[in-house]
Every structure is written in structure tokens, then in C-alpha cells.
Write a protein that binds this ligand. Sequence first.
Ligand SMILES: Nc1ncnc2c1ncn2[C@@H]1O[C@H](COP(=O)(O)OP(=O)(O)OP(=O)(O)O)[C@@H](O)[C@H]1O
Ligand SMILES: [Mg+2]
Length: 458
Amino acid sequence: MSWIDGLLPWRKSTRARTASEEKYLYHTAGVSLSERSQEDGETFPRFHATAGDQLDPKRADRFALIRSRLRNAYTPAQPVTDRRMFAGRTKLMTTLIRSIEDQRLHTVIYGERGIGKTSLLQVLAKSAEEARYLVVYVTCGARSEFDETFRAIAARIPLMFHSGYGPTSREGERGDTLLSLLGPEQVGVRGASDALARIEGTRVLVILDEFDRAESEDFRRGIAELLKTLSDQSVRVQMLIAGVAANLTELIANVPSIQRNVSALRVPKMTPAEVRSIVKNGETISDLHFEEPAIQAIIARCMGFPYLATLLSHRSALVAVDDGRLTVNGDDVGIATEEAVEEFKGRISRRSQLQIDGLVRRGQLPVLGALAGAAQSTGGWFNVEDITSIHAEASSIHDAQATIESLAKNQVLIEVGDDGFGQGYRFMEPTVPVYLWLLAARGQYFDHQHPALESVAG
Ligand SMILES: Nc1ncnc2c1ncn2[C@@H]1O[C@H](COP(=O)(O)OP(=O)(O)OP(=O)(O)O)[C@@H](O)[C@H]1O
Ligand SMILES: [Mg+2]
């Protein structure tokens, strides 16, 4: 048995491999089928392009070009910033623009990890800039604090828009910003709102992305109070906040009155038509064609998540290209799913891997999938209600509740705690839910598309 056999899910199988398994085997090893036909060791895998994105002229064939285009066609590791690659979301974008432009509301957008919040904000920011808004985009981090965040915002607002200075003042002409007006002392909500109240001659859209990452309760409360203060005055500054949270109250902790002043929009899962247009947009750029079964497989497996849609599209396209084809088929998506499962498995601890293997063997995968879905939807802590909103069937709700209690009790994968809103559960390792999701997606694939492979997947 070679080293690669040790990595493969069907390594214990004694029967001959199917053609599709063979393809996966060699693709995982980084060897294309055409290369495999040569003697082992004769071709050594190489980079196809230089670090400056220039193709190596000695290897610049049609496939190298397509491979390089694929890097821009599907970008699972980055948000979409190019409007041409931004699929769907028309209704949401219209509502968002209306709430900013017509209702002059501050807005909160929320939704699961990887659902497309940052991409939406990036594309919206461009549209707002085209409409001459001054857009200030801030990405929050675990250590974000109010003072430091407000200073970052102030540094982007020129004094030419401050009523006390204006475009013809020396400071305005010099390009000074609001930051130059702030003293060394900590800026609080009052100081921030007073400074913003003096803005004229433009409209400022302050975008705070990844808000849920900020751990400081003071920061979250400070931003909530700032929203409230700004909406009580007629100020030319609007805030747009994005994060993972099941509802607005969790995002803006402890300031219930805020809810009247802000519009809250959930970023929903993508419809099959929207996922299809992700695949199609990439086709246009890459010059590849996805066969209908491949598109259907991506739609079924991504479960409405653009992150998984771009990941599977990119991976399956590479499988086809490595095989010397310009057409992506359903099997390629199957192989891409396997690769993704293996990759995510490598990111979790051995202990969790073994625990999951055991639970899957005992038929618990559907329930684990529901728990993972709940964790994804809240971004961490979740409770039984979150599971029911994902998984509506009465019998499976019961299963899910019993499973989670027993897992938490035995400290398997799940821990129990208080997230500030009552008792909740969460996965001890944050990468486990995505892995479980992919496993569940693969389960769907094996169940519905390739029963022959199901027997060797376990
Ligand atoms: N409308 C879209 N069209 C095409 N691809 C999209 C779209 N929205 C998101 N994606 C893809 O999905 C992935 C995740 O998107 P994004 O980073 O915007 O999600 P997010 O909700 O901000 O995630 P997180 O919660 O981790 O910050 C990215 O790879 C992006 O390329
Ligand atoms: Mg994001």
C-alpha cells in the first residue's frame, strides 16, 4: 500500500477502484491523468505562472491560461469586489440602497459565515462612491475598541466637509482630516457624535464589517449608542454594520431602543438561480463549460452558500483542466467535494476526527449536519431553537436535542456555556462545523447521485 492509499477514504476496500475513484486518487496526489500515463517520476509538478502572474512561456499551453483565469473566476478565499463577478442579490441590494438613500436609516446586515456579507458590502460601497458618498470601510477585529475605531474613521473624513472649516480653509486645502481635531484623550460616544454632526457638503457612509468579531462589550455598546445618538439628530452620516448574528439584539447588545432606528436585513441563502449565476459568471471568464449535471451537483451541495459554491466550482474546474478537458462534469464536482472534505479534515484535531468518524459510523451524520448548520447560522453559540430553525422535522429535532445533550455531557465536540443570552452550545473547534457540513453535503451526493461510491466512503 503506497502512502497515498493511507489518505484515501476507500483505502480498506479490497475491490477494484472505479474510473471515478482512480481519477480522484491521482488528482489528490497532484498528478493529472495525462501525466500519469508517463513513467512515474518523469514529470515533476511545477508552478504554472511566475509570482508576477506571468505564465511560464515554456509551459504556456491553453490549459495554463485557463488555470490562471480560474483564479479570478472563482475566489473562495476572498470576497467578491468586481461587480461583474457578483451574482444575484438584486432584491437585497435594492432594499439596502432604499433604506440608505430614501429612508436615511442606519442599517445592520447579518447572516451566516460565508453567506456573502462582505461581498455585498464591497459592491455596495462602489455604488455609493459612484453616487458621491464618502465611504469609510472599517473591518473590525477581536480587539476593536471604540476610541481606536473612531480615530480610523475620522482619519478618512477630510476637514473640507467640516462646517467649521470648509473646502477653502487652509486645513481643508491641506487635506487635513477630522482626526486632527481629536485630542489625546479617549474619544467617547459624545465626542464622536459631536464631530460627525458637523459634517456638511457630502454624505458619509461608515461601513463596519465583521462586527461580530469584536469581543469588547464596551465597543459594541458604544457603537449602538452612537447609532442611537446619530439617528436622534439630523446628521449626514449613516452607519452600515455587518456581522454574524441570529438577530439584531445579539449584534447590538443591550440597547433595545436602537431597534426603532435601524433597518435590519438578513442575507439569505442563495437561490439555485443565484448559485447558477456564480457558476456561469466564472464560465465567461475562464472559457470553461460546466455541464448541467455539474451545475446541479454544485447547487445541491453548496446548500445556498456562495462560499461552498465558489469552492466547489473552482475545485471541479481544476479537476477537469488537470484531466485535459474544457468541460466540467458531475464526477468532477464529486471529486472536488472529496478533496474539500479531506482538506477540511486536515484542519481539525485528530481527537475530533476520531470522534466524528465514530459518530458517522453510528448513523449520526444528519444530526451532526443540523448542529453544524445551527453553529454556522449563529457564528458560534447556538441553542435548541437555532437547530429547529435549520431542521424543521419533529423527529430529527428530538434526535438533535438528545444528541447535543449527550455530546456536551461527554465533552465530545460540543461544549456548553453561557453566551450572555442564556445557556447555549458551541463546537469546541471552530473549523469542525464546516467540515461536518461538507460531510453532510457529500452524504447527499452519495445518496442521490452515486450510490456505487457510498459503500467505499465510510
Ligand atoms: N454575490 C456573490 N457572487 C459571487 N460570489 C459570492 C457572492 N457572495 C459571496 N460570494 C463568494 O462567497 C465567499 C464568501 O463571501 P464573503 O466573504 O462575502 O462572505 P461573508 O458573509 O462576509 O463571510 P464571513 O462571515 O466569513 O465574513 C467568497 O468566496 C465570495 O467569493
Ligand atoms: Mg465577511
